[in-house]
Design a protein around this ligand. Structure first.
Ligand code: KG4
Ligand code: ZN
Length: 352
């Protein structure tokens, strides 16, 4: 089995991993930048790319050390080259090119979202296709049908915010902390999810599309009351600091309930309209325990194999990049040194 070094730098995680073949993880090192972005309550692209430039070589060295390997043992270099923040992607892509050229071994560009959907197979079995696959992360929320790991057919996606972004904004609104997903989940633990009725928007044209902007506004009004005036002129009757801790927890629990219900509703429609064997998921929001529980219930009801990664492979990591790259290498899909860092690029649909 080829030994592949994977590099991930698409957003605010600098990561490197060594994976043997598609699924045997020898090491997976992740340097998060949460501390650098917390005071801005969101990822600042320029800060992110500078931090990647400082961290990329140390995380690669650490990944080699943990696996007990040297650069000379590598068979290929893989990098997440799309989608993501351009400055951040460039750090990973340039490093991968330099290593591939210097070592004289293949370079393999990997689609970050397809890599998230490969994550359930790390340290585990391959997926039984066909599958309905959910991506729920900070930048993306979409449903796909997959018949193989290197392509996916888009069934629906968010028409506004990504669900992770909605969690992050909800956490800012409730002054819950950063990053928002885990902060809301923790705050929700002591809250009553029935306390506030925060509506799940109806999908208009495509029943498999998602929308989270309305939920965010509903949370804002529930927390701070209806504003007088609009836009920057808006004046709210209350501040978040006027709310008791238990009301903030109730708001977090109610928000989480609706956000999870919106995702599960989309997944239910998808699995009911397609004949599939597996239900897969990937992306940071799949770390959410209530979402994991509800997907497990749905898979059980519909007799589907549930494939969602363990927590460590839900959030951005490089093992998923290296693992998927092994399948590209096997299929002869390697890249030249003109591989581009590309901020936006859809997952390729199946050929033919
Ligand atoms: O996949 P990821 O690490 O990065 C992107 O590719 O975007 O996902 C990060 C997102 C963030 O929005 C974060 O708040 C969310 O995943 N997230 C969660 C949880 N853990 C991370 N959302 C809900 N509940 C969680 N436990
Ligand atoms: Zn991601």
């Amino acid at each position: 089995m080829p030994l592949i070094l994977g590099i991930e730098s698409s957003c605010d995680e600098s990561a490197a991993a060594l994976v043997e073949g598609p699924s045997v993880v020898r090491s997976s090192v992740i340097a998060t930048q949460h501390d650098l972005h917390a005071r801005y309550a969101g990822v600042v692209p320029e800060i992110a790319s500078r931090a990647h430039a400082e961290r990329v070589l140390p995380v690669i060295e650490e990944a080699l050390r943990e696996a007990g390997a040297t650069l000379g043992d590598l068979d290929a270099i893989a990098v997440g080259h799309t989608p993501g923040l351009i400055g951040s992607l460039l750090v990973g892509v340039s490093t991968a090119k330099a290593l591939s050229w210097g070592l004289g071994i293949p370079l393999i560009g990997v689609h970050h979202l397809l890599a998230h959907l490969h994550a359930p197979t790390l340290d585990d079995e391959p997926i039984s296709f066909p599958a309905i696959s959910l991506i729920a992360s900070g930048g993306h929320t979409a449903l796909y049908r997959q018949t193989e790991p290197l392509s996916a057919t888009l069934l629906g996606s968010t028409i506004d915010d990504a669900v992770g972004e909605a969690f992050d904004k909800a956490a800012t609104m409730l002054e819950a902390g950063y990053p928002g997903g885990p902060a809301i989940e923790a705050l929700a633990e002591t809250g009553d999810p029935e306390a506030f009725d925060l509506p799940i928007p109806r999908s208009r044209d495509n029943p498999l599309d998602f929308s989270f902007a309305g939920l965010k506004t509903a949370l804002l009004y529930a927390a701070r009351g209806h504003p007088r005036g609009r836009g920057r002129e808006a004046r709210f009757p209350r501040d978040v600091s006027d709310l008791s801790d238990s009301t903030r927890s109730d708001l977090a629990a109610s928000f989480q309930k609706s956000a999870v219900a919106a995702l599960v509703r989309g997944v239910r429609r998808a699995v009911d309209s397609e004949d599939v064997r597996s239900l897969c998921g990937g992306g940071g929001v799949l770390a959410n325990a209530p979402l994991r529980r509800q997907l497990a219930l749905l898979a059980n009801e519909r007799n589907l194999l549930l494939r969602i990664p363990p927590m460590r492979y839900c959030v951005d990591n490089a093992a998923m990049i290296a693992g998927l790259a092994a399948l590209r290498l096997e299929a002869g899909l390697t890249d030249d040194l003109d591989l581009q860092a590309t901020p936006r690029h859809p997952i390729p649909p199946p050929v033919g």
